[in-house]
Design a protein around this ligand. Structure first.
Ligand SMILES: Nc1ncnc2c1ncn2[C@@H]1O[C@H](COP(=O)(O)OP(=O)(O)OP(=O)(O)O)[C@@H](O)[C@H]1O
Length: 250
C-alpha cells in the first residue's frame, strides 16, 4: 500500500528526514516510536503534504502511484487521513456538515454522486454506534470547545465515517490521558481491516498494549534505525533509547 524509499525532507532548510525507508502493507498497523525531535511528526506532515515540509529526495508510493505529486486535498481524496495532535476548531461548521462535505468530495473524486441523505444518516448512526460516539457531539461545531478526550473521540468518528485507506495518527502528545488512549485504541481496533493500514506515531508503550501493532519502528535522527514486533516496544520501555543511539552513532 505505502512504500517510502530514501525519503529526505527539510523544514526551513533544516534537514529532518534523512533517508527514511518504510513499507506498509494493507491490513497492517505500524507503530513509530523514537526520541523527541527525531522526525516522527515530520513524517506524518510530509505524508499529508503540509506546506512547510520540503521533500528533497526519495519517493513515496501509495498503491504504486506517486503520492508526493498530489496536492494535500488529493491525498485526502485518495484516502490518506492524518489525525493531528491538536485538531483545529471550526466554529459554525457542524461535525455532521463537515463530514457530509468531506464524503461528497471523496465520492466526487471517484466519479460518484453525493450520498442520499437517508443513506448518509444511516451511516452516521451506524458509525456512531461502532465507535461509541455521542450524537450530541456530532451535531456540535467541529471540535469547538471539545475536551481533549472528545476531540479524540471525534477523530475516531471521522476515521470511521471517511474510511481512509491509510490513517496516520500522531499521538505523540503526553497530554493524552488513559481514557483518550483507550478511545484511540478501541477505535483503531474496530476499524482495522484487510483493506486499510494504520501508522501510529506514539511515545506510549501503553497504547501498544491496547493496539497490538504488526511492526514497531524506531525513528532516530531522521531514519528508521530499528524495526521489530511489539517486543521491541517493550525493550524500549525497559532500556530507553540510549542503547539504540549508541549502536547507530557508533
Ligand atoms: N514547522 C516547523 N518549523 C521549524 N522546525 C520544525 C517544524 N516542524 C518540525 N521542526 C523541527 O524538526 C525536528 C523534528 O521534529 P518532529 O516534530 O518531527 O519530531 P518528533 O520526533 O515528532 O518529536 P517529539 O517526539 O518531540 O514530538 C525538530 O527539531 C523540530 O523543531
Amino acid at each position: 500500500m505505502l512504500s517510502i524509499k530514501n525519503l529526505h525532507a527539510s523544514v526551513e532548510d533544516k534537514a529532518i528526514l534523512k533517508g527514511l525507508d518504510l513499507e506498509v502493507k494493507a491490513g497492517e498497523v505500524h507503530a513509530i516510536m523514537g526520541p523527541n525531535g527525531s522526525g516522527k511528526s515530520t513524517l506524518g506532515n510530509v505524508l499529508a503534504g503540509r506546506e512547510a515540509y520540503e521533500v528533497t529526495e526519495g519517493e513515496v508510493l501509495l498503491d504504486g502511484s506517486d503520492l508526493l505529486a498530489l496536492s494535500p486535498e488529493d491525498r485526502a481524496r485518495e484516502g490518506v487521513f492524518l489525525a493531528f495532535q491538536y485538531p483545529i476548531e471550526i466554529p459554525g461548521v457542524s461535525n455532521i456538515n463537515f463530514l457530509k462535505t468531506a464524503l461528497s468530495e471523496i465520492r466526487a473524486y471517484k466519479g460518484l454522486p453525493p450520498m442520499e441523505a437517508r443513506d448518509f444518516l444511516k451511516k452516521v448512526k451506524e458509525k456512531q454506534q461502532l465507535v461509541e460516539f455521542d450524537a450530541k457531539l456530532a451535531n456540535r461545531s467541529l471540535n469547538e470547545g471539545f475536551s481533549g478526550g472528545e476531540k479524540k473521540r471525534n477523530e475516531i468518528f471521522q476515521l470511521a465515517m471517511l474510511e481512509p485507506k491509510l490513517a496516520i495518527l500522531d499521538e505523540t502528545d503526553s497530554g493524552l490521558d488513559i481514557d483518550a488512549l483507550r478511545i484511540v485504541a478501541r477505535g483503531v481496533n474496530q476499524l482495522r481491516a484487510d483493506n486499510n493500514a494504520f501508522i501510529l506515531i506514539t511515545h506510549y508503550q501503553r497504547l501498544l498494549e491496547y493496539i497490538v501493532p504488526d511492526f514497531v519502528h524506531v525513528l532516530y535522527n531522521g531514519r528508521i534505525v530499528r524495526s521489530g514486533t511489539k517486543e521491541l516496544a517493550l525493550e524500549l520501555e525497559e532500556k530507553g533509547y540510549d542503547w539504540i543511539k549508541e549502536t547507530v552513532d557508533a
